[in-house]
Write a protein that binds this ligand. Structure first.
Ligand SMILES: [Zn+2]
Length: 343
């Protein structure tokens, strides 16, 4: 290699790793109905021909059939300056992962600071129950209707963020492009959740479950050999009346799924006793291999029923955003214990 070239590569490498993260953060734009990549690039002052490839690479996950755009979804615009291409930007983000930007969490929560690496190397597939055309259980709350899928989604996405803060790799298998983490009491019901790869959630029950399991198993292949766990979150348990019931299910032939369920259950046991000593907690961990997502997901799976959205007492718990966050935190604590135990 001629000397000047070698020097140039060295200089380039040095430059890449010395740029602070997000000093060159990418511009975000929202696609309008009818937008294609060309139109969108043009409207934002970029030459479509020279930027289309970079745009596709950046936004791969959010492109539909034939590289179409989803109206209302946020897209990243490629860098324009000649000195810092998009590849360089990606390399910098990877080199210094102390802060992540995750638009899925919404504007208020999209900045994710990595607080420690307790879950470094662990991979999670998080599934908010129901979604898309299926709201799950619906409870009446004064003049409002509360749907299971919105509340399960909010706990799940809070869990995703919490796990990421601890260095985990997290896949939100069900995604709502415009909801983010919500601090409202009454979460608006909608039907625009999509699968991990951006496909709409199928209407037919069986296909709906098959889609998420296929997405999980496809992604899991990339992480073979790693600690991988799947969690599915529901809020339509058949409660035993006045008591707080949180049910954990696992596959009967999955010791790893069972161990994780037991460790999360243990945290719930402790926390409920600490915060509500005079209220009894009747959670349980049991095998339930007949559940489709438990049966067919390849990573060890825990299916959790956090309560029942139709139950008055549970509703009063779930409409408080801090409670939804607490549930996410407790699940995280159980996960950390489990991950440490397997190392
Ligand atoms: Zn459910």
């Amino acid at each position: 290699m001629p000397y000047p070239l070698r020097y140039f590569i060295l200089l380039l490498t040095f430059t890449l790793f010395s740029i602070p993260v997000f000093s060159q953060s990418l511009r975000e734009v929202v696609a309008k109905p009818g937008d294609g990549i060309y139109l969108l690039l043009k409207r934002h002052g970029l030459n479509p021909t020279s930027h289309i490839k970079a745009f596709q690479e950046l936004n791969q996950k959010n492109l539909g059939a034939g590289n179409s755009l989803y109206a209302g979804r946020t897209y990243l615009l490629p860098e324009t300056s000649a000195t810092s291409g998009t590849k360089a930007a990606a390399a910098v983000a990877n080199a210094s992962p102390s802060v992540l930007k995750v638009p899925l969490f919404g504007p208020k929560y999209e900045r994710v600071e990595i607080v420690n690496q307790q879950l470094k190397g662990a991979v999670f597939y998080l599934v908010a129950g129901h979604s898309g055309p299926d709201p799950g259980a619906i409870g009446k709350y004064g003049p409002y209707q509360l749907s299971e899928d919105e509340y399960a989604y909010d706990v799940t996405i809070r869990l995703a963020r919490r796990l990421m803060e601890r260095g985990a790799t997290v896949y939100m298998i069900i995604q709502d492009p415009d909801d983010g983490i919500r601090d409202e009491n009454v979460l608006k019901m909608d039907r625009d959740e999509v699968g991990y790869f951006g496909k709409p959630v199928p209407y037919v029950h069986k296909l709906r479950l098959r889609q998420r399991v296929q997405d999980i198993n496809q992604l899991a292949q990339k992480h073979r050999g790693a600690y991988q766990r799947m969690l599915s979150v529901h809020i339509d348990s058949r409660s035993k009346g006045q008591n707080i019931d949180v049910f954990f299910y696992h596959h009967e032939n999955s010791p790893a799924g069972k161990a994780l369920a037991e460790r999360i259950h243990q945290v719930f046991d402790t926390k409920y006793n600490r915060y509500q000593p005079n209220r009894e907690y009747f959670g349980s961990v049991t095998p339930r291999s007949s559940l489709y997502v438990v049966k067919y997901s390849n990573p060890p799976t825990v299916f959790v029923e956090l309560g029942n959205i139709k139950n008055d007492k549970d509703q009063r718990r779930f409409v408080i955003p801090n409670n939804r966050q607490a549930l996410a935190n407790w699940i995280t604590d159980g996960i950390i214990t489990d991950y440490k135990a397997t190392k």
